[in-house]
Ligand binder design. Sequence first.
Ligand SMILES: C[S@@+](CC[C@H](N)C(=O)[O-])C[C@H]1O[C@@H](n2cnc3c(N)ncnc32)[C@H](O)[C@@H]1O
Length: 371
Amino acid sequence: MSSGVHAFDVSIHPLQQRLGSKQSGVAAGCYSCHILHPETVSIPSWLSLNYSCTGSPQVWEARPSPGKGIGVFATRALEPGDIILAEPAIIKIEPPDFRDGAAYPLNSIESLLYSAFDTLSEEKQAEVMSLHAHLTPDEENQDKDSHMLVPIFRSNAYIVGKTLSELGLFPKGARINHSCRPNSSQVWIDKIGKRVVRAVRPIAEGEEIFATYIPLLRDQKSRQQRLDQYGFKCTCSACTQDRAAQADSDKRRSSIRKAFADFEPQLTLSVPQSINGRKKAEKNAAASVDLAKLVEEEGLADYYAQAYRVVALSHARIEKWDTATLWAHKSYELNLVADEDSPATLEMMALTQRFIQSWNADLYNKSKQEG
Ligand SMILES: C[S@@+](CC[C@H](N)C(=O)[O-])C[C@H]1O[C@@H](n2cnc3c(N)ncnc32)[C@H](O)[C@@H]1O
């Protein structure tokens, strides 16, 4: 394959053909980049065997964001699912005593960091050293020139790798500021060794791209407590609403968190047999739709796929196969766009297929009874 020109896999997922998805072609990818280029998503010429791509044009630029240092802005309008950037880690380390959810083991990372840093070109070292760093009071008193790598890494690194035991620094994505109602989401894709940032809602040309640094199903005060470790007061749209809107938002997030926890034990495929069990499952199915509406109302796009899964499973438990199929497929599509091989994507594909089969069987039985 000549350099810079990529041929496309034009296969369309059979499930999408069957359901007539509007996002036809979403399962196809560029052999070389292994990811979809945003500009090709809706181009029918994809189906031409001669179609080739020359790589994705940059759809973002880094520039000052008032009150937030540097930020990343869209240079053209983006649709949900469009890739904003896909970046390998410039530095990747595997601290022996690191596990997800724990604080970074700073002592053990220092020597690993310097070893990795020393292998970089001068240009790349300068890129790393230009990144933002939040300093602890101790670090404020140290010699800035020789001690900045650890605070830079701590302020910008993300968890990466198949085992989620590695930490990586992505200098371009690191410029993305935080919002408690983000318009992008990021995922590490092990197969391509890149962290991929995608739009999760329509983004206008010139709009700032925001990600979240923290879990979002908390009230504003708790979120700010988590953000204090990054050393800034959040000025995102969710944190600067008037008091009444803030209280409503806090209430919605708390209800969403409680609903996800309450639904968890009921997310099985067993259909209740007793009258009471059935009544409860029907009530839960109605409540699951309210949960999905609440998540959408609060604009927490990172949680849409999870909420749609709850609606799908809750309707499978009352054998409403048409509704279960449609919500399972909605969840599948969102997961598919984020990472086609993730366990969540594969689970939702299997569930969609299973619900379609039950739906077909149901229709067949009904037609037999009627005929
Ligand atoms: C990972 S860096 C993001 C890029 C950074 N703005 C820069 O100039 O390189 C995180 C820092 O950006 C700033 N920041 C990010 N999100 C913010 C927000 N919602 N409100 C205020 N400052 C924010 C804070 O200074 C924070 O410590």
